[in-house]
Design a protein. Structure first.
Length: 184
């Protein structure tokens, strides 16, 4: 199976590798100072394009990357979420970022459960982390809903070494002990 054929469906969502038609939503996400605050900051469209290409590149080179998260009914691009492990990263991350207009609808939780299941089943990971800024309370709440706990301060690789982060995470055994798709 080609990475372009990967598709996960939940009750309301479709998760798949990014495509060119996702870029407008991604540019909106990075163009919003509040939505982009904890994912590297606001970017103009040209810079957002270059950053957008990281995920298709990760899929091509590593065989995984963040999924585009789409509303199943409308096809609207909601955000990105999924496995992420750049060089020097502190672990196997399941990360997320959603357009502000989509916040508060449970999309992050629903897609994170599917992505964590997929990563454990397909990537052979025994542990997942979430690198979360100490001030990012909504992401901390999501990590808790997923069953992750705060493991303490983390160290990011250059050029992010000055960014404060906490490492949240759980093992495959902890994830499996919670039951299929359970959220707190």
């Amino acid at each position: 199976m080609s990475v372009t054929d990967i598709r996960i469906e939940t009750e309301r969502l479709v998760l798949r590798p990014p495509r060119i038609e996702d870029f407008d939503g991604y540019a909106e996400l990075l163009g919003d100072e509040e939505a982009a605050r904890y994912i590297g900051g606001h970017m103009v469209r040209g810079a957002a394009w270059r950053k957008f290409l990281q995920q298709p590149g990760a899929w091509l080179v590593q065989g995984f990357g963040m999924f585009s998260v789409l509303d199943k009914a409308s096809g609207e691009w909601l955000g990105q979420l999924g496995p992420w492990r750049p060089e020097g990263w502190p672990g196997n991350e399941i990360g997320w970022a959603f357009r502000r207009a989509t916040w508060g609808n449970g999309y992050a939780t629903e897609s994170a459960v599917a992505a964590i299941d997929w990563a454990f089943d397909n990537l052979g990971w025994d542990d997942v982390i979430h690198c979360i800024d100490p001030a990012n309370l909504p992401s901390q709440a999501l990590a808790r809903r997923l069953g992750s706990s705060n493991r303490g301060p983390g160290r990011m690789p250059p050029p992010y070494e000055d960014h404060q982060t906490e490492i949240w995470g759980q093992t495959r055994a902890q994830w499996n002990a919670r039951g299929a798709g359970a959220t707190a």
